[in-house]
Design a protein around this ligand. Structure first.
Ligand SMILES: Nc1ncnc2c1ncn2[C@@H]1O[C@H](COP(=O)(O)OP(=O)(O)O)[C@@H](O)[C@H]1O
Ligand SMILES: [Mg+2]
Length: 249
């Protein structure tokens, strides 16, 4: 579905991505895991063309998107939604106005059609009752759901989630992940989730890839990751108190 080939990116002399090779399967939930500051967000930003690589390719629908013009990228961005780590809602707009915004900007729908679509989206993320509230009146988990509804508005095929559960309490993390899973199934989406929570990955991922020191050092399904002897993965498991020799998780 999305194929990343030998992707390299440096900032000044700091090599962040040193040749990332990764195939993200379609219609699945993939987790990209790694330590803070390893380039996970940088990698996602390349997939929507917000950053240009120094070298390498990103294939989506038979096009190398790293070679596209800004105008061609606009089309890709309707198909690949991006949920920023910060959520990035408009504070001066209500929940409903936030969700309506991309529909007003990018579609020719009438006011009434937009209103109906917004209501449908807010129902999908279980936030209909909050439609007239402002972002400042919402909890962190609710704001993430508004951002999700706004991303869903343009019917993307792929959604990239940059740490959707970081900073939420454990119950809310599950709530958000259950919602992502439900929405993935309802809308037949490909979901890519950046996380450092291995427990969530075990529960929700069809596919897991580890980014370390600028390359993918291990990848596969949950069973493969549980059995991996790669030192970084072993450390990651231990640090999540998931040393599988000692514990059944
Ligand atoms: N636009 C930028 N300019 C310069 N350095 C950047 C830029 N974006 C990211 N970096 C650097 O790249 C590294 C990886 O960042 P990031 O992808 O945000 O890490 P994370 O894995 O925590 O998401 C960090 O050292 C960060 O400072
Ligand atoms: Mg990040």
């Amino acid at each position: 579905m999305i194929k990343i080939v030998n992707l390299k990116k440096s900032f000044n002399s700091h090599e962040v991505l040193r040749g990332v090779n990764l195939t993200i399967p379609g219609d699945k939930i993939s987790f990209i895991m790694g330590r803070s500051g390893t380039g996970k967000s940088v990698l996602l930003k390349h997939i929507v063309g917000l950053l240009k690589p120094d070298e390498g390719e990103i294939w989506f629908e038979n096009q190398d998107i790293t070679k596209l013009s800004e105008r061609e990228l606009q089309k890709i961005r309707k198909k690949i939604g991006f949920l920023f780590q910060e959520g990035a809602l408009f504070d001066s707009m209500t929940v409903a106005e936030n969700v309506a915004f991309p529909l007003q900007e990018h579609t020719k729908l009438s006011k009434r059609e937009i209103k109906e679509k917004v209501e449908e989206l807010l129902q999908a993320v279980e936030l209909f009752e909050a439609k007239d509230k402002y972002p400042s009146e919402l909890s962190g988990g609710m704001r993430k759901r508004v951002a999700l509804a706004r991303t869903l508005a343009l019917n993307p095929q792929v959604i990239l989630f940059d740490e959707p559960t970081t900073g939420l309490d454990p119950i809310l993390q599950i709530t958000i992940m259950d919602l992502i899973k439900k929405i993935k199934e309802t809308f037949h989406l490909t979901c890519v989730i950046i996380s450092h929570d291995l427990i969530l990955a075990y529960k929700y991922a069809d596919y897991i890839a580890f980014l370390d020191q600028g390359v993918i050092i291990e990848e596969g399904d949950v069973e493969k990751i549980k059995a991996s002897t790669h030192p970084f993965v072993v450390k990651f498991r231990e640090s999540a108190l998931l040393d599988l020799e000692k514990k059944e998780v």
